[in-house]
Design a binder for this molecule. Structure first.
Ligand code: SF4
Length: 847
């Protein structure tokens, strides 16, 4: 890929679905000046923007790295297939969001490996970024490719492509990596010397250097209270998987579920104290304008002070319409108080994970929760008003018998009965995957046929109109075990699958198992062999990685599983000597039971709360630069958030899901710039001058959106929709348009103006319809010197014209030229309610 070809991001963004995946310019995104950068660090997430932006780890590392002087950290997400195809066609390299810099122009590219099924996307991003896939093919001038995240706990399958793996928690390690690389570069050291320097950092595994029997010990942040990050997370412009603040209340889990890799590798439990969490929540709300806080940990209900913490946060933020979410709740931790707290803000589906159908099998896997607890919880949840409960189970768990499958059926119906004919149960079934570093790492995984047979059973046995059965694709589980337990040779498989076209393998609608089957054939890797049970003497590729948990502990847990013996939680029971803690620096840290809760006094939390005098304001704002690629919904969300961030309190609609009172003067298309958009907002009397408010709102708006006027409306003022009669546009042709093209367009304009009607094909409710656009064109002219077509359009109850359909339908502009044509709304016309003729309320000349 070359960057010498003229790069026009607009041309790319206009040609793909969801351009705001690529534009950057979000609130809290950091773009440092070139002069401030000694080290350029790209954080690369091998999945779509909307997935990556919901990931806390990336936000934390972004804060850490940009907090370092002379380090510029930017982000890059996997381009969706439409964008990949376009980049390849136009021979443009993949770029970062912040500075639109090609990935190859960074000093370090750091991948987050969250899931084995994103490995082909790593290769896609490297290739599109102009970086050789294999580490031995890279030379001076190529960035260092590093990777971290849960999948790095078995680095073997990706070791052909990654120069260095960060094992464990990365906050401290990334800063040390940045410092080491800057030091070597500062004295003119080579790429090889930089890689060797990385090998000297604790927790960093470098395949080219660590070729002996060295073992790499994972990094641990021993005291989470010392790391209050991120306080200013980047706020996505588009809708993402989790559009909310993630408040990490604890790391690690000591419940000891024997199938759970996260529960093993992220030990020990470390909780933040409530006072720190309250400060973090406050700071993040102030910095983002989000309206939901998610309390994150592997098991939120286990947090020592969960009830007082939730009560405090609810009391503080409920009036500000900030919701609380508690994912990862275990049934036995759900007290009536917690259910009530969650009920106050959300009543969508409620998820519980019994994992196995009988108590015997739950003891084998050390899941711990009992049927009575689960059913008491579902009863409380349904009684509290929830209409649906989701139950997660795994198929093919070690020691599974037929009675355990019957147990799933039995438990599902018992849960349904607790709804007393007022609810639904969704049973979600996935195939057990034996994961590295767990007591079940030696176990076999059932094959596709065995999964299919079990699915067939449930299809018949769970037939009920109030029960829905969903299952995870067994072929994905098969691939997951091949890649998670794989040796270095799995790298050939990943590369072959990538070359065959595999991308986004974790997305069921993108997953091409036929291509993976072809990759198995070409590499001679037998997928079925990967399922087999391993003898306890077998050595694994991940044994060079030390999670701290001893092999002896894993083996003893395997034997206890065979005997169905539970192992107690060391948070409440005694230490089971898993090996992670040194009991001095590394140890279980729980928030002391007498920790102060609710001590924060916050102006943001109280300011403007409660009923006051209501006022309506009309805002005029721009949509320029990267903001022109925002959809109407994205733009309105950004404006709403900025208003909340400024400390102004909206007036909300009534109902179960209250919405802030904000209305717009129609939607401006994706790609169109505007010098004057309008919105009316109804807010509690802010008691401040509009200029002061405007400045505060502008400070929280994404790049390209800026309020240029704000005034209070008298009571009973006409709405924007009632007043607007038309728009003015400048349609600016690309600078490589020639005279012949201008003359052709001029002829087309002449014909159009002379016509009484002009039909174009428009899509309406998914069907093509012919629309006469001629009545909507008030004036149309061409100005050669500025390459612009000036359009005045009528707007009314019968609709208006879309500038793009005039350009392509009436003036014969090709799609390629259309994508490079700037469409700028320059003016808005208002109705003549005073008998003075239509008034232009905004134009560049009339501010
Ligand atoms: S060493 Fe003991 S206290 Fe520490 S995590 Fe392991 S079992 Fe728990």
């Amino acid at each position: 890929m070359t960057d010498k070809i003229r790069f026009d991001p607009g041309e790319l963004f206009l040609a793909v679905e969801k351009p705001s995946r690529y534009t950057g310019g979000e609130v809290n995104a950091i773009r440092k000046e070139d002069g401030d950068c000694r080290l350029r660090f790209a954080l690369a997430f091998p999945d779509a923007y909307e997935v990556g932006m919901s990931h806390l780890g990336l936000q934390i590392l972004y804060s850490v790295l940009n907090g370092l002087p002379q380090v510029c950290c930017e982000r890059c997400y996997a381009p969706w297939p439409d964008m990949e195809a376009l980049l390849r066609k136009r021979r443009f390299p993949l770029r970062s969001l912040e500075s639109q810099r090609p990935l190859a122009a960074f000093d370090i590219v750091g991948f987050s490996l969250q899931y084995e099924l994103s490995y082909t996307n790593v290769l896609m991003m490297l290739e599109l970024g102009g970086i050789p896939l294999r580490r031995e093919e890279r030379s001076e001038g190529h960035p260092l490719i590093i990777a971290g995240g849960p999948s790095a706990f078995n680095p073997a399958p990706m070791s052909a492509f990654i120069d260095a793996f960060v094992i464990g928690e990365g906050e401290e390690a990334v800063a040390e990596i940045a410092a080491a690389v800057m030091a070597v570069r500062g004295r003119g050291g080579t790429r090889r010397e930089q890689i060797e320097a990385l090998a000297g950092i604790a927790g960093v595994y470098v395949p080219a250097v660590h070729t002996g029997s060295e073992r790499i010990r994972k990094r641990i942040i021993t005291d989470l209270d010392g790391w209050r990050l991120p306080l200013c997370p980047v706020v996505p412009l588009m809708k993402t998987v989790h559009d909310r603040i993630t408040l990490e209340i604890a790391r690690g889990c000591t419940r000891g579920c024997r199938f759970c890799q996260a529960g093993m590798v992220w030990r020990p439990v470390r909780e933040r104290t409530p006072a720190v969490l309250e400060e973090m929540a406050e700071a993040m709300l102030r910095a983002t304008g989000h309206d939901e806080i998610s309390l994150l940990s592997l098991s939120s209900g286990d947090y020592t002070l969960i009830e007082p913490l939730i009560e405090t946060l609810m009391n503080r933020y409920y009036a500000r319409r900030v919701a609380l979410a508690l994912p990862s709740l275990r049934a036995e931790t759900l007290t009536p108080k917690l259910i009530d707290a969650i009920r106050r803000v959300r009543k969508t589906s409620f998820t519980l994970a019994p994992e196995a159908g009988t108590q015997r099998l739950r003891d084998v896997i050390n899941k711990g929760n009992r049927e009575e607890e689960l059913l008491t919880t579902t009863e409380r949840v349904f009684a509290a008003g929830w209409k649906a409960v989701k139950l997660y189970f795994m198929l093919g768990l070690p020691g599974e018998r037929e009675e355990d499958l019957e147990g799933i059926v039995d438990l599902s119906f018992k849960a349904l009965r607790t709804a007393r004919n007022r609810g639904q149960v969704t049973v979600s079934l996935s195939t057990f995957v034996p994961k590295p570093h767990t007591p079940f790492q030696w176990q076999r995984q059932i094959g596709r046929e065995e999964t299919a047979a079990r699915q067939e059973l449930f299809r018949h046995r769970l037939k009920n109109r109030n029960v829905t059965v969903k299952w995870h694709d067994a072929r994905m589980s098969l691939l997951e075990v091949i890649l998670s337990r794989g040796w270095e040779e799995a790298g050939r498989l990943i590369e072959t699958a990538f070359r065959l076209g595999c991308r986004f393998d974790g997305w069921s609608d993108r997953f091409r198992y036929d291509l993976w089957e072809e990759a198995f054939r070409r590499t001679g890797i037998d997928p079925v062999a990967s399922l087999r049970e391993r003898p306890l003497t077998e050595r694994f590729p991940w044994e060079r990685i030390e999670t701290g948990i001893s092999r002896e502990f894993l083996l003893s847990e395997t034997l206890r599983a065979e005997r169905g013996e539970p192992t107690p939680d060391c948070r409440t029971g005694e230490c089971s000597r898993c090996g992670v803690c040194d009991h001095r620096v590394i140890r279980v840290i729980t928030a002391p039971a007498d920790s102060p809760v609710g001590t924060l006094t916050s102006a943001h939390a109280r300011g403007g709360d409660g009923p006051g005098m209501e006022k309506t304001y009309r805002l005029r704002f721009t949509k320029r630069g990267p903001a022109r690629f925002l959809s109407h919904i994205e733009l309105s969300t950004a404006l709403g958030r900025a208003i909340i961030l400024s400390g102004v309190s909206f007036v909300y609609s009534q109902g179960f899901h209250p919405h802030p009172k904000i209305s717009f003067a129609g939607a401006t298309a994706v790609g169109m710039e505007s010098e004057g958009e309008f919105a009316d907002i109804r807010i509690q009397d802010p008691g401040e001058q509009p200029d002061t408010l405007m400045a505060r709102i502008n400070a929280a708006l994404p790049a390209g959106v800026s309020i240029t006027a704000m005034h209070e409306l008298p009571p009973h003022a006409f709405s924007l929709a009632e007043m607007i009669t038309g728009f003015d546009y400048d349609l600016i042709l690309p600078d490589d348009s020639d005279r012949a093209e201008f003359e052709r367009i001029e002829d087309a304009i002449r014909i159009f103006r002379g016509a009484d009607s002009f039909g174009v094909i428009r899509e309406s409710k998914g069907k093509p319809v012919i629309k006469d656009i001629r009545p909507f064109v008030v004036a149309l002219a061409m100005d050669h010197s500025s390459r612009r077509i000036q359009l005045s359009a009528h707007f009314g109850s019968e609709g208006t014209i879309r500038p793009a359909e005039l350009l392509s339908g009436a003036l014969g502009i090709t799609p390629e030229v259309l994508h490079r044509t700037r469409i700028v709304k320059t003016g808005v016309r208002l109705a003549d309610f005073a008998g003075e003729g239509d008034r232009k309320i905004f134009s560049p000349e009339v501010p």
